[in-house]
Design a protein around this ligand. Structure first.
Ligand code: HPA
Length: 271
């Protein structure tokens, strides 16, 4: 993270306010693969723009990542909904991955909900289509959006307060530790066994760097609390007799869209 990354986010936030006609937002949601259809359940958009209208955003690279930013009023909260995100495997670097969260912070947001598609590593307890509350992460990307002596406390990267609110809303929610890998390959069965041994319950290619950016916050010291959910779109490689493909990931999202959208719509007003 350089001063440039923060000024670019500040510029993007100013443009966002001008283009949407809103000058403040309560919460940001990042809808990952599979979660985009759930955004429609949140309600009618009050505004929507392509991310490429704002400085610093890469055009969407993956089908199922719509590349748009929507404003939706949900239960008295104004949510900034990112339909899609930039991934490290796209090659634009860690600052590009963090840019959405930093833009949201610069626009005044102090709570961020990150969602993703993930491989489930615990077939004993997880099923395809389950939303899982992320309790912690293993950042195995060998990357970070921070540079310099920025010693951010990550003891509670995923806010205990927000997790308690989510569990109040849906006491049956499964919980787990998310391992973030760079991708773009899915894992080998040996890597899946390694991740299980390391204590991960979920594996995916996003979220950890955005969480780091939110916990670091702005140069002014303002940070955002993070709440995050995985949708289990498949079991990790080798844990079932199936092979993995992106279409399967998207289909699991479409099938679970209503459940995940209602979960988010119930939680948002409490954040
Ligand atoms: N591995 C990594 N990323 C993923 C997976 C997976 O099995 N499923 C959805 N995203």
């Amino acid at each position: 993270m350089s001063d440039d990354a923060f000024s670019l986010a500040a510029e993007a936030a100013d443009r966002l306010k001008a283009r949407t006609g809103f000058d403040s937002f309560d919460v940001a949601l990042v809808m990952g693969s599979g979660w985009v259809p759930a955004a429609d359940v949140l309600g009618e958009p009050a505004a929507e723009i392509p991310v490429t209208d704002l400085p610093g955003f890469a055009p969407p690279a993956v089908e199922g990542h719509a590349g748009r930013i929507r404003v939706v009023e949900v239960g008295g909260r104004r949510a900034l909904v990112f339909l899609g995100r930039t991934h490290l495997y796209e090659g634009h670097g860690a600052d590009a991955v963090a840019h959405g969260v930093r833009t949201a912070l610069a626009a005044g947001v102090r709570a961020v909900v990150l969602t993703n598609a993930a491989g489930g590593l615990r077939p004993e307890t997880q099923q395809v289509g389950d939303p899982v509350l992320i309790t912690d992460h293993l950042n195995l990307t060998a990357a970070t959006p921070l540079v310099g002596a920025t010693f951010v406390d990550m003891t509670e990267a995923y806010s205990a307060r927000l997790r308690a609110l989510a569990l109040e809303t849906d006491p049956g929610l499964k919980q787990g530790v998310y391992a973030a890998l760079r991708g773009p390959t899915y894992e080998t069965p040996a890597e899946i066994r390694m991740l299980r041994t390391l204590g991960a319950d979920l594996v995916g290619m996003s979220t950890a760097l955005e969480t780091i950016a939110a916990r670091r916050g702005l140069p002014s010291g303002e940070t955002a609390e993070v709440l995050a959910f995985s949708l289990v779109t498949n079991l990790g490689a080798g844990l079932s007799d199936r092979h993995l493909d992106h279409e399967e990931v998207l289909e699991a999202g479409r099938a679970a869209a209503h459940r995940m959208g209602s979960l988010l719509a119930t939680i948002l007003p409490k954040l």
